[in-house]
Write a protein that binds this ligand. Structure first.
Ligand code: UDP
Length: 239
C-alpha cells in the first residue's frame, strides 16, 4: 500500500564508508545487507529510489595525488571503486526481491549498463531502484556532486545524505559533546559556516535546482524510513 510520504522520489547518497561496517577498509557483506534492507523498506512504502554510493572505503583519487601520483588516474580508480560498491549494493537489493539496476557514468558495458537520463527515468518510473555508479564520470569531482547531479536530472524531491551522525552540527559531535544539531539550515549558511558535511559544489547544485538536502544517520536502524515519513532526527538544508 502506498502511504503519504514526505518525499516520494529520492536520491540517497551513501559514502563508501557506510558499507565498511567495523572494518578499516572494503566491503562488509552484513553491513551491505542492512543498508539494502533500509532501502527496500523505503521502496515498500511506495518511494522511487536512486542511490549513489561513494568509493572512499576502497579508493580516493586525492590519496594518490597526496603521494605525488597522477590525480586523474587516481580519480579513475576512485570511480571504478564506486562501481564495485554499486554492484554489491544492487545484488543485496535483488536478494531482498527489490528490482535494482546499476547504471554507470563510466562505461563498463560487460558489467553494467551505461547511465543515460532517459533510461534511468524509465527504470525509476517502473519502480526499479537505480544505483548510480561512477560518480559524475569525471575526475576532480566527488560522489556528493554526482549525487546532486543525478538528483537534479531525475527531478528528485529530496537528496538524502546518509552520514555517520544524525544531522548537521555546529561542531563535531563526536569531539564536542554540547555541539548543537541544526533542524534546518539554508545552503548559504551551510557554505558560509564552512560546515564540512558535503562539498560546496554539491550544495550549490542542489540549491540551484531547489532540491532540499536531508542529512541523516545511515547507521541508525530505520532512520531512512523515518526520514521518508518526515519523522526522526535529521537536518534539512534548503532555502
Ligand atoms: N570520483 C571522481 N569523480 C566523481 C566521483 C568520484 O573522480 O565524479 C573519484 C574520486 O577519486 C573520489 C573517489 O572517486 O575520491 C571516491 O568518491 P568519494 O570520495 O566521493 O567517495 P565517498 O567519500 O562518498 O566514499
Amino acid at each position: 500500500m502506498t502511504r503519504k510520504l514526505r518525499w516520494r522520489r529520492v536520491l540517497v547518497k551513501l559514502s563508501g564508508e557506510a558499507l565498511m561496517g567495523s572494518q578499516d577498509f572494503g566491503i562488509d557483506p552484513e553491513t551491505v545487507g542492512r543498508v539494502a534492507k533500509e532501502v527496500a523498506e523505503a521502496v515498500s512504502l511506495g518511494a522511487q529510489v536512486g542511490v549513489v554510493v561513494g568509493g572512499g572505503n576502497i579508493f580516493r583519487g586525492v590519496a594518490v595525488a597526496a603521494k605525488g601520483g597522477n590525480r586523474v588516474t587516481g580519480d579513475h580508480m576512485g570511480m571504478l571503486a564506486t562501481v564495485m560498491n554499486s554492484l554489491t549494493l544492487a545484488d543485496a537489493l535483488r536478494r531482498l526481491g527489490v528490482p535494482a539496476r546499476v547504471l554507470s557514468a563510466v562505461p563498463v558495458p560487460s558489467i553494467c549498463e551505461t547511465f543515460t537520463q532517459r533510461g534511468a527515468e524509465r527504470y525509476m518510473e517502473d519502480g526499479d531502484v537505480i544505483v548510480f555508479a561512477g560518480g559524475t564520470g569525471n575526475p576532480f569531482f566527488t560522489t556528493d556532486s554526482g549525487a546532486a547531479l543525478r538528483a537534479a536530472e531525475m527531478r528528485c524531491d529530496a537528496f538524502l545524505k546518509g552520514t555517520s551522525v544524525d544531522g548537521v552540527y555546529s561542531d563535531d559531535p563526536k569531539k564536542v559533546p554540547d555541539a548543537e544539531r541544526y533542524e534546518t539550515l539554508t545552503p548559504g549558511e551551510m557554505l558560509g559556516r564552512d560546515l564540512k558535511v558535503m562539498d560546496a559544489t554539491a550544495v550549490a547544485l542542489a540549491r540551484d535546482n531547489a532540491i532540499p538536502v536531508i542529512v541523516f544517520s545511515i547507521r541508525t536502524p530505520g532512520a531512512l524510513v523515518d526520514v521518508m515519513n518526515g519523522v526522526g532526527k535529521y537536518t534539512v538544508i534548503s532555502d
